[in-house]
Design a protein around this ligand. Structure first.
Ligand SMILES: [Zn+2]
Ligand SMILES: [Zn+2]
Length: 314
C-alpha cells in the first residue's frame, strides 16, 4: 500500500481519484485510477446523492485502504432529513432525486489557501477537503480563512477536476499567474451559525428522530399541534408561521445560500423554504435539500429559545 492511495485527512472521497491520477499519471498504477478519475470530469462539488460514491467506497473498502467515510463524504449531510423509506430507496437503488439539488449558491470547487500550503508541506500535494465543499460553509474552520474558488484577475475557476486534479499550488492562478485573493462574502451571526450546523450535520449519523423532532416542533411553533391537518385553520396558521420563518432572515443572507429567490407576500424567499416537506407530516413531494431544514432548525432555536433540535422534541 502506498500512502498516496490513502484518503488524506478530511479529503473529499469524490476527488481522491483525481489526486491519485495526478500523482500516478505517468505510471502503470494509473490504469484503474485513471478510469475513476476521468469519470469525474463533470463532477459538481455539491452533487448530493452522487451514486459514484458507492463504487469508490466499495473499491477502497475492498482494497482495505480505509474504513469509515464519515469525514470524507456527504452521506450524513445528505441523508439527515430523509424519511426512512427515502433512505431505503437510496441505499437500494443508488438513485434519489431531491428538491433543490442545484439551488445552493456555491457551485465551484473550493479550498483554503492555508490548508493547501500545509497539505503540500505534509503530504507533498494539496487536495480538496470535504468540509470546504459543504453547502452553507464559507470558511476553513482550522484556519478561520475564507475559502477561495476563483481568480478575480482573469475569472478562472475549476471547471473540471480532470483539468485541475488538485487545488492550485501556492494559491496561484494556473491561468494568469496572479495570486488568488479571498472573495468578498457576507458574514453575520446567522451565517456563522448555519455554517457550524452544516459541518456538524456532515458528521452526525442518520436517525429518523431528527426529522420527527423537527416536524413536531414546527407544528408546535405554529400552534397547530391539536389542529387537524389540511383544514382552513391549519393552513392559516402555517402561513403565519411561514411569514415569521421567512422574515427571520435578511435577503443578503438568503442570497449567500441560494441561487434564486422569489417574491412571496412582500418578502424574497428561496422556493426551498416553502417546500411542503417542512410542514406536512406525510409529504408526497420529493425529499428536500438539507440546507432548508438547517434554516428551520435555526429559526426554531431562536424563536423557541431552545438549544438544538434534539431538545426541541416533546
Ligand atoms: Zn485551512
Ligand atoms: Zn487568473
Amino acid at each position: 500500500m502506498n500512502i498516496m492511495h490513502l484518503l488524506l485527512p478530511g479529503e473529499y472521497i469524490l476527488t481522491a481519484p483525481t489526486r491519485w491520477h495526478y500523482l500516478y499519471r505517468n505510471s502503470k498504477s494509473d490504469d484503474f485510477i485513471e478510469r475513476l478519475g476521468l469519470e469525474l470530469n463533470r463532477c459538481n462539488p455539491q452533487n448530493l446523492f452522487d451514486n459514484r460514491l458507492f463504487s469508490y467506497q466499495t473499491i477502497i473498502s475492498e482494497l482495505g485502504w480505509i474504513k469509515g467515510f464519515t469525514k470524507h463524504d456527504f452521506n450524513c449531510y445528505q441523508t439527515a432529513y430523509l424519511l426512512p423509506q427515502d433512505l431505503e430507496s437510496w441505499e437500494k437503488d443508488k438513485v434519489l432525486d431531491i428538491f433543490g439539488a442545484h439551488s445552493t449558491h456555491m457551485k465551484y470547487w473550493r479550498w483554503c489557501p492555508k490548508c493547501i500550503i500545509e497539505d503540500e508541506e505534509q503530504f507533498g500535494v494539496p487536495y480538496y477537503h470535504r468540509d470546504h465543499q459543504l453547502p452553507g460553509v464559507f470558511h476553513c474552520q482550522k484556519h478561520c480563512e475564507i475559502l477561495n474558488d476563483k481568480c478575480d484577475a482573469c475569472g478562472w475557476y475549476v471547471r473540471s477536476l480532470k483539468e485541475q486534479c488538485i487545488p492550485p499550488f501556492n494559491n496561484v492562478c494556473p491561468n494568469c499567474g496572479h495570486s488568488i485573493s479571498n472573495p468578498e462574502i457576507l458574514t453575520t451571526e446567522t451565517i456563522k451559525s448555519i455554517e457550524l450546523a452544516s459541518l456538524k450535520l456532515a458528521n452526525t449519523d442518520y436517525t429518523p428522530k431528527r426529522l420527527n423532532a423537527l416536524q413536531y416542533n414546527i407544528r408546535k411553533s405554529a400552534g397547530i399541534l391539536s389542529i387537524a391537518e389540511n383544514t382552513v385553520e391549519e393552513r392559516k396558521r402555517l402561513r403565519d408561521w411561514q411569514y415569521h420563518f421567512f422574515s427571520s432572515f435578511i435577503e443578503s443572507e438568503l442570497r449567500s445560500w441560494f441561487r434564486k429567490l422569489q417574491p412571496h407576500n412582500g418578502l424574497m424567499v428561496s422556493p426551498l423554504m416553502r417546500h411542503s416537506r417542512l410542514t406536512k407530516s406525510k409529504p408526497l413531494s420529493k425529499p428536500l435539500h438539507p440546507l432548508a431544514y438547517l434554516l428551520v432548525e435555526h429559526f426554531l432555536k431562536q424563536s423557541l429559545g431552545l438549544e438544538g433540535h434534539e431538545e426541541l422534541a416533546a
